[in-house]
Design a protein around this ligand. Structure first.
Ligand code: PBG
Length: 322
């Protein structure tokens, strides 16, 4: 006699009772792009429905986020001025620093994460200090630590290094602790792949490398065991949360991480994942809402606790139950 699994799929009531994975609005973190200037809310062409915001317009966005029930944001800055060492990234009056202070003023309970990287701030567009045409790991660490400290000083709850230098989590933990920011946590982009799925973001954040690519620091998409080594190292150096990025093409990595580690896991569903869905929806060949919900459920089912997504506000509105 075969078993009848269809009995538990008979109607919505029973399906919802036996459902293993349920999305909540608290699962999502929304990425923000902050630009200099005043009164700017400009749609990002490559990320429809997402905008470049100037700090003075943030109250409008923060209100939407709070109302949707999204609890966290991750901030990216797009400065006007760039130089070889990305000095704008650790300027107390930099746009990320100003944005953090402003968001905390408007809504102190929003969990504010800052992306700690240099690529938006360097004239060459690389995520570190370039010496002899290559990104120097140990020289970069000094800057990454300084940037993280500056974000903590402006009030960030959590810093998220995305540069993929070796040793950066430890360097950040030390500088934060030495300066009295023991409670500021670290979400490490631990398994960050050298992915073509970042294309729309690089346009949005103006951070395309001027020469070469990021393959000497971001991971090879062909590798999974190496991701476990990266994650182990970040946890050993003091990461509170580990991140896998991108998400949907890397569900196996999320699942491996879930099976092996007990730390909370974040998955970054990146710009290319978002843009593909939007493009297909615009062509009328998919049902956007259904595809987004299925994709995000899959990411959570694989093992992610937190999902960073450009759909965050929309999804939170769709699923909010209260
Ligand atoms: C900065 C950074 C990138 C993304 C997040 N932080 C770009 C990159 O590494 O090239 C990509 C995010 C996305 O595609 O949505 N280093």
């Amino acid at each position: 006699m075969f078993k009848r699994y269809r009995r538990l799929r008979k109607n919505y009531a029973i399906r919802s009772m036996v459902r293993e994975t349920v999305l909540n609005e608290e699962d999502f973190v929304y990425p923000l792009f902050i630009v200099e200037g005043n009164n700017i809310k400009k749609e990002i062409k490559s990320l429809p429905g997402n905008f470049h915001w100037s700090v003075d317009r943030l109250d409008e966005l923060v209100e939407d986020i709070v109302r949707a029930g999204v609890k966290g944001v991750i901030i990216f800055g797009i400065p006007n001025y760039k130089d070889d060492v990305g000095s704008g990234a650790y300027d107390d009056e930099g746009i990320v620093q100003k944005a953090v202070r402003e968001i905390k003023r408007i809504a102190p309970d929003i969990w504010v994460i800052t992306d700690v990287c240099m690529c938006e701030y360097t004239s060459h567009g690389h995520c570190g200090i370039v010496i002899d045409n290559s990104v120097d790991n140990d020289e970069t660490l000094k800057y990454i630590a300084k940037i993280a400290l500056s974000h903590a000083q402006s009030g960030a709850d959590m810093v998220a290094p995305s540069d993929m230098m070796d040793g950066r989590v430890g360097a950040i933990r030390s500088i934060l602790d030495e300066n009295g920011y023991k409670d500021v946590s670290i979400m490490a982009y631990s398994a960050k792949y050298a992915s073509a799925f970042y294309g729309p973001f690089r346009e949005a954040a103006d951070c395309c490398p001027e020469f070469g690519d990021r393959k000497s620091y971001q991971m090879d998409p062909a590798n999974s065991r190496e991701a476990m080594l990266e994650i182990q190292e970040d946890i050993d150096e003091g990461a509170d949360i580990v991140m896998i990025k991108p998400a949907l093409p890397y569900l196996d990595i999320i699942k491996m991480t879930r099976d092996k580690f007990d730390n909370p896991i974040a998955a970054y569903s990146v710009s290319g994942e978002f843009a593909m869905i939007k493009a297909a929806a615009a062509l009328g060949v998919i049902d956007e809402k259904a595809i987004v919900l299925e994709s995000l459920t899959s990411i959570k089912r694989a093992g992610a606790d937190i999902i960073i997504t450009y759909h965050a506000i929309d999804v939170a509105r769709w699923i909010r139950r209260d």
